[in-house]
Design a protein around this ligand. Structure first.
Ligand code: SF4
Ligand code: SF4
Length: 187
């Protein structure tokens, strides 16, 4: 099992030469969505306009991109803050270099999942989606409360249709690698 790191992205940490993968940025350039990563000149506009960065001391999209440019592959993919992005596209709209920041974050996440780095909470949601068709299991108490109020039953989630859609891509393979149990590093 691989756990998501508690790495505080905002804190400066010494970089060891052994951590650097100089090929990472070239690997990223070939992945759809991350092609423009080397155009980033670290102006910081994405971070200053990011609504998540406004409320988090740790989440900095500019820093994630810089770390990737430096080749700090494992730090980027193992960062718990990676999962805080809400995909609102503000960064992409404002970037003077037309870097598709939100797409790059998506690429980071996909690579992270392949390595088994994913917060347990999101893993639970994925498993619930496959089992019930809902990202969160509806508790029995909620169902009983609806009955007491005379509300109609909730529609059944179509888990089979979702599985059909996801079959054929590597989603199920990725799910096998996801961590089980409590992960204290959930964002
Ligand atoms: S706004 Fe664009 S160029 Fe500026 S730091 Fe963010 S990604 Fe890089
Ligand atoms: S897409 Fe993500 S990184 Fe970009 S501004 Fe929105 S929350 Fe911030």
């Amino acid at each position: 099992m691989t756990e998501v790191s508690t790495l505080n992205q905002g804190k400066e940490q010494p970089i060891k030469a052994s951590e650097i993968d100089p090929t990472f940025k070239y690997e990223l350039e070939k992945i759809p969505g991350a092609e423009k990563i080397l155009l980033c000149f670290q102006c910081g506009t994405c971070t200053s306009d990011c609504p998540i960065a406004r409320f988090s001391d740790n989440y900095r999209p500019r820093t994630l991109i810089h770390m990737a440019q430096l080749g700090l592959k494992d730090r980027v993919l193992n960062s718990a803050t990676l999962w805080l992005c809400s995909a609102c596209f503000t960064c992409t709209d404002r970037c003077p270099q037309n870097v598709e920041v939100d797409s790059i974050i998506r690429v980071f996440r996909n690579l992270a999942v392949k390595k088994g780095y994913i917060p347990q909470g999101l893993c639970n949601q994925a498993q619930s989606l496959l089992e019930t068709g809902y990202v969160a299991k509806v508790p029995e108490s909620r169902i009983r409360k609806r009955e007491n109020y005379g509300l109609p039953p909730l529609p059944q989630g179509n888990a089979e249709a979702i599985k059909k859609i996801l079959r054929g891509i590597s989603f199920f393979d990725s799910l096998q690698t996801l961590p089980k149990g409590d992960n204290k590093n959930d964002p």
